[in-house]
Design a protein around this ligand. Structure first.
Ligand code: ADP
Ligand code: MG
Length: 698
């Protein structure tokens, strides 16, 4: 037997160079083994034959056995079609063709027995099947036909007649050539312990299931394998990191922390904040490098937790650094933190792209001498020119803009990697967090500070501007401030900016008595800051902006968030935006403005938002509705390996199960040496090789 992994697909009969090229390009299929790893997306049971009097228009694909009574062509021109009246003795049904009429007329004969296969629909009160598959019963052995696979194909493939049926034929030819077992990708121990089918049987049955039970087993084995390697990869990586590096030990909670706690802390910590701080303190003292993800809904008080963690670093003679994704945010953190530390002897500085010349040099020096204890900044802080005397803790705010690779760059900032705390307000469902950030421990702030009024969320159609403007006017007269946000999608930045400009002009016209500011990503930082400042100080009542205000901006007096074209935002993003209001004592409102024409899915998504204020609930719903691929913020960090058959939204339980198994293996075999795991490490290595971003880190 030849090697399936190297045997080129073009040598398979019926394929040839042209179709091979299409398969290469459209599905990334080059070898026979690639083909075998292209799984069906559904199966249709072809062992059962229905009676015509049993069927209705709502059934999936069905099969009938009978003969054609008569054939008519009806309609003219583009509506011309051919109708065959087909009976099995229990009733009559219409078989319809819109194309290939000549071919059909030549091929099928009256009063001959046929097996007809297709999807029944109702048209003009009659049940019909259009473009059915028709075979002679002599050529079909129904009892062995059983579950037939259906494969996804692209438009390009269809044009070259590379349809599901042809793929099925190719697959059958390859499966028949499997004479000895395919190389196994799980170890005998794992296979036995978890009652998994061999890889060979799984591949056979995923394409041509012997029966539903075998199909289920094949699916389970392949999903297991996929998720297992996602987890083994990330846990192996974590173990290697732990073995290579030790963590700085922060032994004491000392003077600085205690002074802050006693004198400066402006309010009682929430229970959740206390719990999370304890978790962090434990990590920092453990001798292991901390890598912790702190999830907390918008407004849950993450900044305070970050600050108090940094104070522990300072108490132990280390510096701390906090990174934010935008200059606006970095600035805001600087202000907040300086205010919180007022009167204390802690030096806090800012480093962003717009800090230049002398000021920048001063900061570089201050970091090297250790005079600067807390550095706050943007990506600028990970540049190679920025060096610390003893960086001990890094906080990354709003992590979804930082990939795994960027985190890794931070580690070189000291002789051992500093502790890392990643904070996010984009709640990631647990299953996904485990997969994407499996190397991180997770803490959750699941409690908001007391006294917050839930935000009222309203969905309004854009033909009701009048009432919207009336409402805005009331709020402004009551002394409130208003955000109006327009979507910004990269591909059509020009159109988006125009929408924003138009919106800005009509608001200025409508509210001549108000100060209206405008903020978008294309503005110079200084100009943007000036506009923000006008709004933050209360001089401007309305801010028209793109999503640059999505993260972190804090203006407690702003109590109304209006989101234009809300249908163009993802749920998590809408939740983030909504989190900009509801920060003060007043009742806050979030209004989604959309056109009347919306898809069912969009309506459903907005409904979720209107009914829930809970970020985790929303993220779960988002994951279920859209699938994990679309979830915001996941693209950068990426799941290590493509999932072909497992689904994070549905297979969460299995994901947890295989994680425990992978963890046990890594713990028992910390240096990847045990013979029993040889296959596992070999397979993992091969997988990593084909996924460049991972190869670079590990
Ligand atoms: P986020 O988690 O979104 O970063 P922030 O840290 O910006 O939230 O906190 C939101 C607001 O809540 C801030 O104004 C902060 O001062 C306030 N806050 C934080 N913790 C508490 C607390 N324990 N009690 C009352 N207010 C708090
Ligand atoms: Mg924040």
């Amino acid at each position: 037997m030849f090697d399936f992994t190297t045997r080129d697909i073009k040598y398979l009969s019926g394929v040839g160079p042209q179709r091979a090229a299409i398969l290469n390009k459209e599905l990334d299929i080059y070898s026979l083994s690639d083909l075998l790893n292209y799984f069906p997306y559904k199966y249709v049971d072809r062992s059962r034959v229905y009676n015509i009097n049993e069927i209705d228009g709502n059934m999936p694909y069905i099969q009938l056995r009978g003969h054609i009574l008569s054939i008519d062509t009806v309609g003219e021109g583009r509506k011309r079609r051919m109708v065959a009246h087909f009976t099995d003795g229990t009733g009559v049904i219409d078989l319809v063709w819109f194309q290939g009429i000549k071919y059909v007329l030549k091929k099928y004969k009256l009063n001959e027995e046929y097996i007809v296969f297709g999807k029944p629909t109702v048209f003009n009160g009659r049940i019909n099947i259009s473009h059915p598959d028709i075979d002679s019963p002599k050529e079909l052995n129904l009892s062995t036909l059983g579950l037939r696979p259906y494969y996804n194909t692209t438009e390009k493939m269809k044009r070259s007649f590379l349809n599901s049926q042809l793929l099925e034929k190719m697959m059958a030819a390859v499966v028949q050539q499997i004479q000895e077992p395919l190389p196994e990708t799980l170890s005998p121990g794992v296979l036995a312990a978890h009652h998994l089918m061999s890889r060979t049987d799984a591949i056979r049955n995923i394409h041509f299931p012997q029966n539903p039970e075998m199909l289920r087993k094949a699916q389970y084995r392949l999903k297991f394998e996929e998720l297992f390697y996602v987890q083994l990869n990330i846990l192996r990586y974590t173990k290697d990191r732990q073995q290579k590096y030790r963590g700085y030990v922060f032994r004491t909670v000392g003077e600085v922390f205690n002074e802050f706690y006693a004198k400066n802390l402006p309010f009682e910590l929430t229970g959740a904040q206390k719990r999370v701080l304890k978790e962090i303190r434990k990590d920092l003292g453990s001798g292991r490098q901390m890598n912790r993800l702190l999830q907390g809904d918008v407004g849950s008080g993450k900044t305070l937790v970050a600050l108090m963690s940094m104070l522990i670093a300072i108490d132990n003679g280390f510096q701390a650094c906090m990174m934010a994704p935008t200059e606006i945010l970095a600035n805001q953190h600087l202000e907040t933190i300086r205010e919180l530390l007022f009167g204390m002897n802690v030096r806090v500085e800012l480093l962003t792209g717009s800090v230049k010349g002398k000021q920048r040099e001063k900061i570089h020096t201050g970091l090297l001498t250790g005079d600067i204890q807390i550095l706050i900044g943007t990506h600028a802080v990970i540049e190679d020119t920025v060096n610390f005397s003893s960086l001990g803790l890094v906080i990354i705010d709003e992590q979804h803009r930082f990939g795994v690779a960027q985190r890794a760059r931070l580690w070189s900032k000291n002789s051992q990697p500093p502790h890392v705390l990643v904070m996010t307000a984009t709640p990631i469902p647990r299953t996904l967090a485990m997969t994407l950030y499996g190397d991180l421990d997770v803490s959750v702030i699941d409690e908001l500070p007391p006294g917050r009024k839930p935000i009222k969320t309203i969905h309004q159609f854009d033909n009701r501007r009048d009432s919207l403007y009336r409402f805005m006017r009331e709020q402004i007269e009551a002394g409130r401030q208003i955000y109006i946000v327009y979507p910004l999608i990269k591909e059509s930045e020009k159109i988006d900016l125009k929408n924003l400009e138009d919106g800005y002009l009509s608001i200025r016209q409508e509210f001549p008595e108000c100060n209206v500011v405008k903020v978008h990503g294309k503005m110079k930082a200084a100009e943007k800051d000036a506009q923000m400042q006008l709004f933050a100080s209360g001089e401007a009542q309305i801010m028209v902006a793109t999503t640059v205000i999505e993260v972190g901006v804090n203006v407690p007096n702003a109590s109304v968030m209006i989101i234009e074209n809300a249908e163009r935002f993802g749920l998590s993003q809408l939740h983030q935006l909504r989190g900009r209001v509801g920060r003060g004592a007043e009742q806050s409102y979030c209004i989604f403005v959309t056109s009347y024409k919306l898809s069912d899915e969009t309506r459903k998504r907005l409904e979720i938002m209107v009914n829930s204020n809970d970020g985790f609930e929303i993220a779960e719903a988002d994951l279920k509705l859209r699938g994990p691929g679309d979830l915001e913020g996941t693209q950068q960090s990426g799941i290590a390996f493509d999932l072909k058959i497992a689904n994070l939204a549905r297979d969460g339980q299995l994901l947890q199960y295989v994680r425990d198994i992978a963890q046990e293996i890594v713990d028992r075999d910390p240096t990847s040496e045990l013979a029993e795991n040889e296959i596992l490490w070999k397979t993992l290595k091969a997988l990593r090789k084909t996924h460049v971003s991972w190869a670079a880190i590990s």
